[in-house]
Design a protein around this ligand. Structure first.
Ligand code: COA
Length: 387
């Protein structure tokens, strides 16, 4: 029996900032952001979009196509949690009208959270092949205005259905994990924005990639040339590009070109959306599947990294006809529908979104009809509504 990804839903908020505008506002050469960092736009979440509403909106993309009764597990990975106690997934479960019997919880380990959920879901479906699992990564990356990390922000969510006999990607057995207790990126309880040592983080990320990729190959009797594509957690495109350069440096031309071209395809959406923390690797996967060149049964290697730090490499095989299970036009529209905001509008939206609205004040959303949003708190309980 094969177990893997059968559906992918993606959502990003309806506003973006252009990196050229941001570079001008911050007295930087635009090429530093466009080439040096590798980002051209970043999505901006206003006060009405959070980890919960974005996770609902991503899953709404496919929920009517699946058998809700069969969903036995719902996991959300996020580092933009909305409550210190109650799982974001309970709000999501309610909006999606999943059965009360579903096992549901939230996972945290920085950007690794969604991968942890996928590994749990893979093993759960192996034991319960008649059930499926929904795994969501949903995040708003906030480093703060006028900070070094500002250019690596973004917002969005990716949701996946994991089930037996999947239509998109069969997850292979095995994985290679590596962890260390370090301080490269974290967000203290009293801070709405992350603290980061970005250059150190890049060093650790590259080190963990080398270790996990090498170990994976040794444990699974395979080599770099066997992979049609290697994809990465992409807090910003240049970071994954550096890892991919390490992977291809000693390869023959054909392998190096194939992995370089598929890396470019996998980074296309992140370049436009920005950093979406837990879901970034899975935005790379979606971008690869929709823009890359993959034959049936092509082997795809996935490198997940969560600061703090946890790295994991695992792999999947592309299913024949996987294109039919994707919504290419819908994803293009999701990205294209966004309205550009000026840097000063973005600064205002950013600052306002750091604060909770006054209790019992109802927020209104400027999203399109059908999308879910955070409507404020009522007697300190978060309210989610569908427009
Ligand atoms: N044209 C082209 N490239 C340019 C350039 C220009 N005019 N000016 C600078 N660059 C390049 C630099 O050479 C550098 O490339 P390199 O990384 O290949 O050496 C790159 O742009 C970035 O420049 P740098 O001076 O290092 O930028 P910075 O000090 O502003 O920091 C980050 C960049 C990414 C470290 C910072 O944005 C950050 O900390 N982001 C958060 C990262 C993070 O979240 N990490 C944890 C998540 S896993």
């Amino acid at each position: 029996m094969q177990v893997g990804i059968d559906q992918i839903g993606f959502y990003t908020p309806n506003k973006y900032v252009d990196m050229v505008d941001l570079a001008h506002a911050r007295n930087q050469d635009p090429n530093k952001f466009l080439i040096g960092i590798g980002q051209s736009k970043m999505s901006v979440a206003d006060q009405t979009q959070d980890a919960v509403s974005m996770g609902i909106n991503a899953t709404m993309r496919y929920i009517d196509e699946i058998d809700r009764e069969k969903v036995g597990l719902l996991v959300i990975g996020t580092e933009s949690g909305v409550d210190q106690s109650k799982s974001a997934s309970l709000f999501v479960k309610s909006a999606l009208e999943l059965a009360p019997e579903v096992r549901t919880f939230e996972i945290k380990e920085a950007c690794f959270g969604m991968s942890a959920g996928i590994m749990i879901a893979r093993d759960y479906v192996r034991l319960h092949p008649h059930h499926s699992a929904i795994v969501i990564g949903s995040d708003i990356a906030r480093y703060g205005l006028n900070t070094g990390g500002e250019v690596t922000q973004g917002a969005g969510s990716v949701s996946m259905l994991i089930k037996a006999e999947p239509r998109i990607l069969a997850l292979k057995n095995g994985h290679s994990a590596y962890s260390a207790d370090i301080n490269d990126f974290w967000r203290p309880n009293d801070s709405a924005v992350a603290l980061v040592n970005g250059k150190y983080s890049t060093e650790v990320y590259l080190d963990f990639f080398k270790r996990t990729f090498t170990n994976y190959q040794a444990q699974n009797d395979c080599q770099t040339a066997d992979f049609a594509a290697l994809i990465y957690h992409l807090p910003f495109v240049k970071m994954g590009f550096k890892a991919n350069q390490l992977a291809i440096e000693k390869q023959e031309q054909e392998t190096a070109e194939r992995l370089a071209n598929n890396f470019t395809a996998s980074a296309q959406y992140s370049r436009e959306i920005g950093n979406i923390y837990t879901a970034s690797l899975y935005l790379s996967l979606l971008s690869l599947l929709e823009n890359g060149n993959l034959a049936p049964e092509a082997l795809v290697g996935l490198f997940s990294y969560g600061s703090g730090a946890m790295g994991e490499f695992y792999a999947g095989q592309v299913m024949e006809g996987y294109q039919n299970a994707l919504d290419f036009d819908g994803d293009q529209e999701m990205i294209a529908r966004r309205q550009k905001v000026s840097v000063s509008e973005y600064e205002q939206i950013f600052t306002q979104a750091l604060e909770l609205p006054q209790d019992n004040f109802e927020l209104e959303s400027d999203e399109e009809t059908g999308y879910w949003y955070f409507a404020g708190t009522k007697d300190h309980v978060r309210q989610y509504k569908q427009k």
